[in-house]
Ligand binder design. Structure first.
Ligand code: ADP
Ligand code: MG
Length: 603
């Protein structure tokens, strides 16, 4: 069954290649490396795992006892009609089943416990790990891909560890015990089982490799589906505005068909594996009945021995079949573990240097000396830029789009690190101080307000978790947000929706300004904080910003004249360089870049 969609060009409008996501960044580890890493993950639960494995051994031994007991049942009760055995055997059977039930409960529960603990640990570690990554990491890994790794891949690992890895141990023990019983009952017939066994194991091994490859692809395609979902859901307004529902449906359909086609390949292999195993089992049973039946008829074996033998052999085949079922799960787990560990191995590029000191409160100046920066080590975005900003200055950064204004301000809190030169606060290179102490002194308000789906109060208090309710109220008031917050259905306790979806643009901005006011950091970065707003809300936000800027050292990236004229100094950034600097009047008088901008943007 070929999937027509991927065979023909499914996409009449554009080149199909536009929809193929770059396959996710995944180096391949060897099985040994992966198992080693998994071992580290499991290590804290070693005790529970050992108890679970021991009870599993008990469980397996009792399963053999179940088969063995058929012998006295048939020989002593049904053939010899021995009533003393009849009095004892039912109790023995009850005991066997009782202990088996207890053993099952203990090992299953412990396994689940360990499995869920692994999920919790890995997800927590991944979450923390992702939070240590710099901005560039998030440019590289799409949101859906990351979510998919934390949710889906981690589940696959848990599945492999708690179901497969350990039940394969149980099945292994069970097989050993049952084969021992088979040998004890009739070693000649048992030899036969040893010829069948390798034949039965062969398909498991050969199919294993295919499963592994398919699993990696399945997880990659799942990640792509989750990327599409994420972008479609968060970008739904634009989808609607451009009437691109059909386009998105097709694009999603294309992606989901890719996932479907790898999943189907996997399903086909798995559907094939089971009947092959069953058929081999059937062959074995037919031969055993033929060989064993001859012995019983000839009188060299009792019927009890024969049924017990057959029971044990059929029971021994169950674990072999189970192993074949578990194989794809293990392969999937290994593929997912590879993806998860690859992600975990990405060293955060921007970290505290060894011996980093805490940055003392800002008092003097911020000095950019000869700084260069590029995103990809090729196209330089900031060129040998020099700038000194004394404490208390409000510096406006203007320039046409793409000039490097945002990039320049992202360098101050070290969201990105410069390639050469230095940025120093009070003479201390920002790479020599701790990230926490640096960022503690910087507040940021950007054009895209980032608010959380939480209450107004919690969004503001995010700026300083130790602040009192009164502080939060004062901050809201200084940000001119108090009026509208109090009119909300539940005031400060109103949940504002994802990204503040239930507020207007100006309201969102004032909440984010209140948050920055509460943080009360001496250095302030305003990146086009008012440019997304209409004139009415801009005026309100402007007043809020003036309160925020009081006694602060501020970098203001602005598109509006009203924001710029109040600044102490203006720099014009073009192509990653400062091309002009001065006050509004000085720059206008020069009749250069600034005048051009002024005529285009601000007038
Ligand atoms: P501005 O804020 O002045 O409009 P930016 O600082 O956002 O400009 O961008 C400066 C340059 O850097 C642009 O040419 C842009 O294409 C490039 N750039 C921005 N972000 C990235 C990124 N994450 N990866 C690669 N290049 C980028
Ligand atoms: Mg920008």
């Amino acid at each position: 069954m070929r999937i027509a969609f991927s065979a023909n060009n499914p996409w009449p409008f554009t080149n199909q290649a536009n929809f193929t996501k770059p396959s996710s960044q995944c180096t391949t580890m060897t099985n040994k490396e992966i198992l080693n890493r998994l071992y580290q993950v499991i290590l804290p639960y070693k005790g529970k795992l050992i108890i679970s494995m021991l009870t599993m051994v008990v469980f397996s031994a009792l399963t053999s006892a179940q088969a063995w007991i058929l012998k006295p049942v048939i020989d002593d009760i049904f053939v010899n009609k021995d009533s003393s055995v009849l009095a004892l055997l039912p109790f023995a059977i009850i005991l066997i089943f009782l202990f088996k039930a207890i053993a099952y409960y203990v090992y299953t529960f412990l396994l689940q416990f360990v499995g869920q603990s692994i999920i919790r640990d890995m997800r927590t570690r991944l979450f923390t790990h992702i939070n240590t990554q710099p901005l560039s990491f998030f440019h590289e890994y799409p949101t859906g891909n990351l979510i998919s790794r934390i949710i889906s891949d981690v589940s696959q690992i848990q599945n492999a560890v708690s179901n497969a890895l350990v039940s394969s141990l149980r099945d292994f023990f069970q097989m050993i015990f049952l084969l021992a019983l088979v040998f004890y009952l009739n070693w000649k017939l048992a030899m036969f089982a040893f010829i069948i066994l390798p034949i039965a194991i062969f398909p498991i091994v050969t199919l294993g490799r295919r499963f592994r490859k398919l699993s990696t692809r399945t997880q990659e395609e799942t990640a792509n589906v989750s990327d599409r979902l994420y972008e479609n859901i968060t970008g739904n307004r634009i989808v609607k505005a451009f009437c691109r529902e059909d386009y998105e449906d097709k694009r999603f359909g294309f992606q989901i068909d890719r996932l479907f086609s790898v999943t189907i390949k996997d399903a086909r292999l798995r559907s094939l594996q089971h009947p092959i195993m069953e058929f081999i089992g059937g062959l074995a049973i037919a031969l055993i009945i033929w060989l064993g039946g001859k012995e019983v008829i000839a009188g060299s074996a009792t019927p009890g021995t024969f049924f017990s033998f057959l029971g044990a052999l059929i029971a021994a085949y169950e674990p072999v079949k189970a192993l074949s079922k578990i194989n794809p799960i293990i392969q999937r787990g290994l593929a997912s573990a590879n993806r998860v560990f690859t992600l975990m191995d990405i060293e955060p590029k921007i970290t505290d240097k060894e011996g980093a000191i805490s940055l003392p409160p800002f008092t003097r100046d911020i000095v950019f000396q000869d700084i260069c920066f590029s995103y990809d080590n090729e196209d330089q975005v900031i060129h040998n830029l020099n700038l000194t900003v004394p404490r208390g200055e409000a510096l406006a950064i203007v320039g046409s789009s793409g000039g490097g204004k945002t990039t320049l301000t992202n360098l101050i809190p070290r969201f990105l690190d410069i390639d050469s030169g230095s940025i120093a606060i009070d003479g201390k290179d920002i790479r020599d101080v701790t990230l926490a102490s640096l960022r503690q002194q910087i507040a940021i308000v950007t054009q895209q307000t980032i608010l959380f789906n939480d209450t107004v109060y919690n969004n503001i208090v995010y700026g300083d978790l130790e602040a009192s309710a009164e502080d939060v109220r004062n901050a809201a008031s200084a940000a001119f947000a108090l009026d509208f917050v109090e009119k909300l259905p539940k005031g400060f306790d109103t949940i504002i929706g994802e990204g503040g979806a239930r507020l207007s643009g100006g309201e969102r901005q004032r909440i984010s300004i209140a948050r920055a006011i509460l943080k009360n950091a001496p250095i302030l970065i305003l990146d086009e904080a008012t440019s997304a707003l209409d004139t009415e809300s801009e005026r309100e936000v402007q007043k809020a910003l003036e309160n925020l800027m009081k006694n602060k050292t501020t970098f203001v990236i602005a598109h509006r004249l009203s924001t710029i004229v109040n600044c102490d100094r203006i720099i014009v950034v073009k192509g990653g360089r400062i091309v002009e600097e001065g006050t509004h009047e000085e720059l206008l008088a020069r009749k250069g870049e600034y005048e051009l901008l002024y005529n285009m943007q601000f007038k």
